[in-house]
Design a binder for this molecule. Structure first.
Ligand SMILES: [Zn+2]
Length: 507
């Protein structure tokens, strides 16, 4: 009885809550009139669905709460509306009769994952919705978008306001770097404008004059907005530590420290000493680090054999129009040869050098962990061959390979991220009162971090998506994105890409 009711509710909610379905509507009736109606109806449905009358319960489940290193077996987790209403031993925890039962036997419940470095297409709702669906399908319930645009800001707001049901988004503003930002004045105006517009963070991307970089922090402090991003490699790591809240690649330490005005160190003892020194300095400074090891590993693979990467099964979700770089405004981000920048830039004989760099990055990650620097799991999708959503599982494996325990790896994608976002009271752990962003797994990720891929379903703000539904929604989103691309290409083409420097593996 209850099951049928719940199913009906779920179907009703899907009509506009599911970003993909909204995308599909757009595909079928792509007219401005319909679009206007769609904009009016969607928010109403969103509000309806947010009513706290739904109830689900994970019964007999093993909970990995991530509030401390513990595993709670045979638990029942009751979700009401978008929050965890109750959690306790299955024998003692009452399941209200109206609750939808989700069988937790031999299954593991972890907090929804956070990818702390995503990129959404700068414009084009259906492409953005596809990427959001790719995140959700991979257990990601929150993403930090690392290059903003007015369209992404609107998307974040629609999700925040309940007009669109999709993973929670945070977003930086545009890339602050030369040549767009040459003077201190330009930087000051931009930081103030971004704060007023409502961006969550300021993003430094490339080189800046010392004056402009100092002004960036001065203004950001006055405006109460945090600065994240690359380290301007002309200024060195000391300029960033203690001022940037987050350094978004371990790779930044190569250019601004390990090979700053010098050659890459070769001697293992010297590397260890440098790792120790900079890790301790980073820990004292309070700056966080998101290593993004996988994107660099991928660059090495692309130099070696790009075709095998382009044939991975998850490539089926990357429509060709999203593999040119145009979607993220990077004309030099083509995935396919002959335009793939890494294939062009790195001849096979350079691979050992890239491997040496990568090995230093791995040692740095272990050193940062030893020194107590909080780490965040981030992936940098849309860099060629880094597939949104899917890449987080690769990054978790990389962090483990660099020396983090599975528990530490999970922290980087759950509780640490919530802490960084200043929102630990709302998410990041499986505890009573938290938002019900959850992933149900078929095996224990603390035994083997690869078990993170054995997903049974994902709960987003109390709404349960079993695995088959996630897959179905992904296919629908893909269709909508392709249809939109075809429609756009016959009516004037995509937005012209700006020319920006490839952010990773600088020559
Ligand atoms: Zn990035």
């Amino acid at each position: 009885m209850h099951d049928a009711l719940v199913t009906e509710q779920v179907i009703a909610r899907h009509s506009c809550l599911n970003p993909i379905y909204c995308g599909d509507i757009m595909r079928i009736r792509l007219s401005y009139l319909f679009f206007a109606i769609f904009l009016i109806i969607c928010p109403l449905r969103g509000v309806l669905a947010a009513q706290p009358d739904s109830c689900s319960a994970f019964v007999n489940v093993t909970v990995i709460p991530m509030d401390r290193q513990q595993v709670l077996s045979e638990q029942t987790v009751v979700v009401r509306g978008d929050r965890i209403a109750d959690l306790g031993p299955a024998k003692e925890t009452k399941v209200p009769s109206e609750c939808r039962i989700i069988d937790g036997q031999h299954r593991y419940l972890i907090p929804g994952l956070v990818d702390s470095h995503v990129h959404l297409p700068l414009a084009g709702r259906s492409d953005q919705l596809l990427v959001l669906q790719m995140l959700l399908a991979n257990g990601i319930t929150t993403g930090i978008n690392m290059e903003g645009s007015p369209e992404i800001l609107a998307l974040r707001n629609d999700i925040r306001d309940g007009k669109l049901f999709a993973p929670t988004l945070y977003t930086t503003g545009v890339f602050i770097q030369q040549p767009a930002f040459m003077t201190a004045d330009q930087v000051r105006h931009e930081v103030i404008a971004e704060k007023r517009a409502g961006y969550d963070f300021i993003k430094v991307h490339g080189e800046l004059t010392k004056d402009a970089y100092d002004t960036l922090f001065e203004t950001a402090r006055a405006e109460h907005i945090r600065v994240v991003g690359h380290v301007p490699s002309n200024l060195g790591i000391d300029a960033a530590l203690g001022r940037q809240s987050l350094i978004v690649h371990a790779e930044e330490y190569l250019y601004s420290y390990f090979q700053f005005h010098r050659d890459l160190p070769k001697d293992p003892a010297e590397i260890d000493r440098m790792v120790r020194e900079i890790s301790e300095k980073t820990a004292k400074s309070g700056t966080w680090v998101s290593p993004t090891l996988y994107v660099f590993r991928q660059i090495i693979w692309q130099a070696a054999d790009v075709n095998s990467l382009l044939q991975r099964p998850e490539m089926q979700y990357m429509p060709r129009h999203l593999t040119t770089g145009a979607a993220v405004g990077a004309s030099n981000f083509a995935w396919y040869p002959p335009d793939n920048p890494y294939v062009k830039r790195w001849a096979p004989e350079k691979i050992p050098y890239l491997r040496d760099q990568f090995s230093i990055m791995q040692k740095l990650v272990a050193g940062l962990r030893d020194a107590g620097v909080p780490l965040l799991a981030g992936t940098d999708p849309f860099v060629p061959c880094v597939i949104p959503g899917f890449s987080l599982k690769n990054e978790l494996r990389e962090l483990h390979e660099a020396g983090l325990t599975p528990y530490e790896v999970l922290q980087s994608a759950t509780s640490n991220a919530a802490r960084f976002l200043g929102n630990s009271q709302d998410f990041g752990t499986v505890t009573k009162g938290k938002v019900a962003d959850l992933v149900l797994l078929n095996a224990n990720p603390l035994d083997n971090i690869d078990n993170i891929s054995l997903q049974e379903g994902v709960m987003l703000r109390g709404h349960w998506f079993p695995e088959d539904e996630l897959q179905k929604n992904l296919r629908t989103a893909l269709k909508a994105s392709k249809a939109q691309a075809t429609a756009t290409s016959t009516t004037g083409g995509l937005q012209k890409p700006a020319s920006i420097k490839a952010p990773n593996a600088k020559p």
